[in-house]
Design a protein around this ligand. Sequence first.
Ligand SMILES: [Zn+2]
Length: 547
Amino acid sequence: MTRTTTTLIFCLALFACGDAEIDERTQVDAILHNGKVITIDADLSIASAVAINGTDIVAVGGEELLESYKSSNTVDLGGKVLMPGFIDSHTHLRGRPQRFIDLTRTRSIEEIKAQVTSKAIELGPGEWITGYGWSEDVMAELRRPLRNDLDEAAPDNPVLLTRAGGHSAVANSMALRLAEVTLTTPQPENGVIERGEDGELNGVIRERQDIVSRLIPEPTNEDVRDSLIGVLQEQLSLGITSFTHATGSIESYPEWETIYGLHRGTLPRATIQVFWEGPDAMTAFGKKTGDGDEHLRVGPIKIFVDGGFTGPAAFTKEPYKGETDYRGTLSLTLEELTTTISEAHAAGWQFGIHAIGDAAIELTIDELAAALDELPREDHRHYLNHFTVMPSAESMDKMAAYGIAITQQPNFTYTLDGRYSAYLDGDRLKHNNPLRTPMNHGIHVAISSDILPIGPMVGIYAAVTRKGMSGTVFGEEESLTVMEALRGYTLYGAWLSFEEDRKGSIEPGKLADMIVLDQDILTIDPDHIMDINVEQTWLGGKLVYER
Ligand SMILES: [Zn+2]
C-alpha cells in the first residue's frame, strides 16, 4: 500500500479530509460563550464560555474554549451575564386550594373586599375563604383590613386572611363565631386576640390564628398538586434552581417524592425541612438530613423559637419601641426547646431554626452550643433561619466558634421597613437583618427570601443598598457588594445543604444550574437591580425556562 492510500483511508475514517485539519475538539452537549460569566469560584473570577456535557459543567474559560470543545448546541450569549442559579435557602412553597386568594399583589382594602366577594360568589355561602399576603404597608388606606371590612365583603362565608409573613391574620364575624372567639375568650398562650378602639374584636389574631384556621377543611394532596407544581415551575422563571422549603413534615414528604417522581429534572432542586416529632416517629420515617438525591432531599429540623415582626411577636431583649414591657414571646417552652435540640442533635440531624428577636437568637445559640458541648459533631452545619435583631457580640463570637451559620433575608429590610420602624429603634433598627457585622465575626451568612417576596432581586437590592420600601437607608455599614450578595444567594446556600461541591458556582464538575440575566448586575446602578429579569434558566444542563 502506498503512503497516499494509507492517508486516504485514515481520512475517510474520520470524515475529515481535504484541506481541513483533523478536528480534535471534544464533542459536548452544549457550549455557552461570548458572555460575562460570574463564576462565584474561589477568586470570584469572570469567564466568558462554559462547556456542558450531560448534567455537568465540564469546562469554564475564555473564548479559547471553542478551540477545545464543539457542540451542535452552541449559544452566543451576546455579552450577557451568565451566573449560577439562585439557591433560596429559606422559602415556603405550597399549592393552593380553590378557596384561597393570593393577596400578595393587592394594594387596597377595597381591592381585598372585591376579591373576597367574587370568591364568595364562586364558592357559594358557608364555604371557607382563605388568603395570604396582605400588608398594611402597601394598602392605599394605610391600615389593616379588619373584621368589618370582611363582613361587608362576604357576610355569609367564614373568611380568614393571613398577613404577609404569616404571623397574624384577620377573620370576619362568621369565622370568629364558628371558632367561638368572643370578647370573653381568654387571650391564647403566645398570641393575641386584638380589640379595636371601640373595645370590640377587630378580627385580627396575632401568632395564634390556628384557633380559627383549625376549622378550615384540609385540602388533599390531589387538590393542590397541580397548583404546587405551578408554583415550583414559577421558581425557575425567577432564576431559582434550588430551594429549601422550611415548613415540610415527615407526613408531607411522600407527596414531595410523588411530585419529584413525576417531574424529574424539570423542577428546581428541593430540600425539605421537617419538624421534630420525637425519636420514635423520626426513626419510623427512616430518613434524615441529606437523604435523597440531587433533585429532592431531606433538609434540617425546623423549630420555631419565637414569632416575627409582622405579628408582632419576635422575642427581644428590650421592650418594643414605645412599649414599657412588651418584648414578644417564645413559641415554645425552654424545656421543649432543650429536649428537641438534644434529641435531634443526638440522632444526627442538622437544624435550621427560626429565631428573629435578639433574645430568641441568643437563647437558641446557647442551646445549640450546649448540645455541641455535650456531643461534639464535626461539620454539623446547624443554622438560624433568620437573624433580624442583632444579638450581642459575645453571642456572634460563640456562633463563629461553634460553626453556627445563618440564612439571612436582606429583603426583610426592604419589605418590612414599616414594621421595623414601628417596633424597633436605635441600633436594633439601624442594624436590622445585619449582613456585614455577622460576617466580620466569622459567621457563614447565606441569603434567602422567606417569600417576602420570593424574587431574589429584592434581596440583592436590599443587601447592596440597605434601603427600605420608603427609601430609608438602614445602617449602610451592613451592606454587601453585589458579588458578595450573589455568593450569599448561590454558593453559600449550597453549603447549608452540604452540596457546595456540586452546585452554587460555575466550575467544572458542578451541575450546570445557571441563569442568563438581561442586564449586567455588576455594573447597573444598584437602584435599578430590581428591574433585572432572568432571560434563561438552565437546570442540570437543560434549558428549562426562557423568557
Ligand atoms: Zn420562613
